[in-house]
Design a protein around this ligand. Structure first.
Ligand code: IMP
Ligand code: MG
Length: 175
């Protein structure tokens, strides 16, 4: 049967929330400078919108690539860093990991662990969405956009089998 898109979060709601997250970062990092690390590919639209609302100096934007679900909607339970960063880029920096959605927690826990070993001055997580229902590894979310129910999410950079990233709002993909 054809899958249906059910809108969960509108473009307007996303914009308000991205603004709010940028303000929280500006408040916490006043007079510092940030290294933003986006997790590919899902965070690319969120990161692009977020940086344009942040007033704090952003000294660098980097990306990390991690193994994904592939064509399945069920996580494999394992995460491998496919593209990392050189340690020199992370050492001594105030790092914000930018993620689209925290689901089982495996991806973000893997990335946070990886970056922690590179001795950043500080390390925090900013995620647009949190899906707590399926958490397997506890993850501290320092900056959170929205909590979503246990459904498959697409849009605003988030895909199903690489499709739907271009949708400007956030949808549940239902059977
Ligand atoms: P986790 O490792 O299970 O926390 O999942 C994190 C990654 O899985 C995210 O970066 C997303 O790319 C992907 N993911 C988790 N939930 C969804 C979803 O509902 N739709 C699409 N991708 C998802
Ligand atoms: Mg992702």
């Amino acid at each position: 049967m054809k899958k249906q898109l059910v809108q969960l979060i509108s473009q307007e709601e996303i914009a308000v929330t991205v603004n709010r997250l940028a303000k929280e970062l500006d408040r916490d990092y006043e007079n510092r400078s940030l290294l933003l690390v986006g997790i590919l590919k899902g965070s690319f639209i969120f990161l692009a919108d977020l940086v344009r609302k942040i007033n704090t100096t952003i000294c660098n934007i980097e990306f990390i690539s991690i193994s994904s679900y592939g064509a399945s909607t069920v996580t494999s339970g394992q995460a491998t860093i496919i593209m990392g960063l050189p340690k020199e880029k992370v050492m001594g920096q105030d790092v914000i990991v930018v993620e689209d959605i925290v689901d089982t927690g495996i991806t973000t826990a893997t990335v946070l662990n990886y970056l922690k070993n590179y001795d950043p001055a500080s390390l925090r997580l900013c995620t647009l969405l949190n899906k707590p229902a399926r958490r397997q590894i506890p993850v501290t979310i320092d900056y959170l956009g929205f909590t979503v129910p246990d459904c498959f999410i697409v849009g605003y950079g988030i895909d199903f089998n690489q499709e739907y990233r271009q949708l400007p709002a956030i949808y549940a993909l239902e059977e």
